[in-house]
Design a protein around this ligand. Structure first.
Ligand SMILES: Cc1cc2nc3c(=O)[nH]c(=O)nc-3n(C[C@H](O)[C@H](O)[C@H](O)COP(=O)(O)OP(=O)(O)OC[C@H]3O[C@@H](n4cnc5c(N)ncnc54)[C@H](O)[C@@H]3O)c2cc1C
Length: 288
């Protein structure tokens, strides 16, 4: 888990918005793809890392900057002017004010979602461990995420197919969304991930909520993991399988819940997880 207060925010760069577009339809929660260019020779990052966004104040309680993290959703690229181009996948968030009981807009996500082409922002970082691609191309990659947790996997999958097109291990993506239209990068507006679906090593399993009209946290991930639990359990026993988890804390809770049931005892699951960590085949990017 990343604690914002532990992070150094002094290493900042200026970024300019090139493009911002909504990638979910109007009738579901707004998620935007926001593309920035950064002209800074010292800025570089790897797939699985995130940047900090510093929203200028003044803010409540005397804070000068409101600071939040966002995962970079593309593999590193340069434009024709040699600027670094990064893409963020941002959900417009709201919270319930504990005094008034009213729904209020989240500061950082609304700031980002309201940006227009040409606007300048201050970013810090990058932060976090990159999603390392194992050196052995026979390694199986098990990717599990939901909601904006798709962002690092999009960058990672781009990286693999652009730079490791001969990957022979299985690549399995388990992804949950409340409805087909909330399925990021794979809906009528943006179906970027579709280009990887033809690859013979790539398999995606999508779970959709059975009750998308209700405002609860069911995003279908639990069901799709449950349907494939035996295969997943078998795969993670294989020392050639690396597990990647990304998204909100509930993504990990769902995965652990299914694995606990499949393993038969919590001791067996904990032992398996420790073994994966010791063998360096477990990576996670979890936030609350
Ligand atoms: C390592 C890391 C990577 C992250 N990557 C992304 C990312 O790629 N895209 C992204 O949109 N957010 C991401 N987040 C979450 C982001 O940092 C902010 O927490 C979020 O945008 C809300 O900030 P805010 O200031 O708008 O509102 P806040 O007042 O901080 O939060 C408002 C409410 O939104 C909820 N919330 C926060 N993030 C999400 C989310 N992604 N989906 C649904 N509800 C959420 C919070 O629990 C809270 O209830 C990441 C967080 C971390 C720690």
């Amino acid at each position: 888990m990343t604690y914002l207060s532990d992070l150094d925010t002094s290493n900042t760069v200026q970024a300019e918005v090139i493009k911002s577009e909504r990638i979910t339809p109007e009738d579901v929660a707004e998620v935007r793809s926001i593309i920035f260019k950064i002209r800074h020779p010292d800025f570089s990052y790897r797939e699985g890392q995130h940047v900090g966004v510093l929203v200028p104040g003044p803010h409540a309680f005397g804070h000068d900057n409101h600071f939040r993290l966002y995962t970079i959703a593309n593999s590193p690229q340069l434009n024709a002017d040699d600027d670094i181009v990064i893409e963020l996948c941002v959900r417009r968030c709201f919270y319930i004010d504990e005094f008034s009981g009213e729904q209020e807009p989240g500061i950082a996500s609304n700031y980002l979602c309201n940006l227009k082409a040409g606007d300048a922002v201050t970013l810090s970082g990058p932060y976090g461990e990159a999603f390392e691609l194992p050196t052995d191309p026979q390694t199986n990659l098990l990717m599990i995420g939901s909601g904006t947790g798709i962002a690092p996997f999009r960058a990672f999958i781009q990286h693999i197919y652009q730079r490791q097109s001969d990957w022979q291990g299985k690549m399995m993506l388990f992804y949950g969304a409340r409805s087909g239209t909330e399925n990021l990068y794979r809906n009528d507006i943006n179906n970027d991930l579709d280009k990887y679906y033809d690859q013979k090593t790539f398999q995606a399993f999508e779970g959709l909520s059975e009750r998308p009209w209700m405002h609860h946290e069911d995003d279908g991930l639990h069901d799709v993991l449950s349907e494939n639990a035996e295969e997943i359990w078998e795969l993670i026993q294989d020392p050639k399988t690396h597990v990647y988890l990304a998204g909100l804390e509930r993504t990990r809770e769902r995965f652990e819940d299914i694995m606990l049931k499949t393993a038969g005892s919590s001791a067996r699951w904990k032992w398996m997880m420790e073994e994966m960590k010791e063998q360096n085949r477990w990576s996670e990017l979890i936030y609350s």
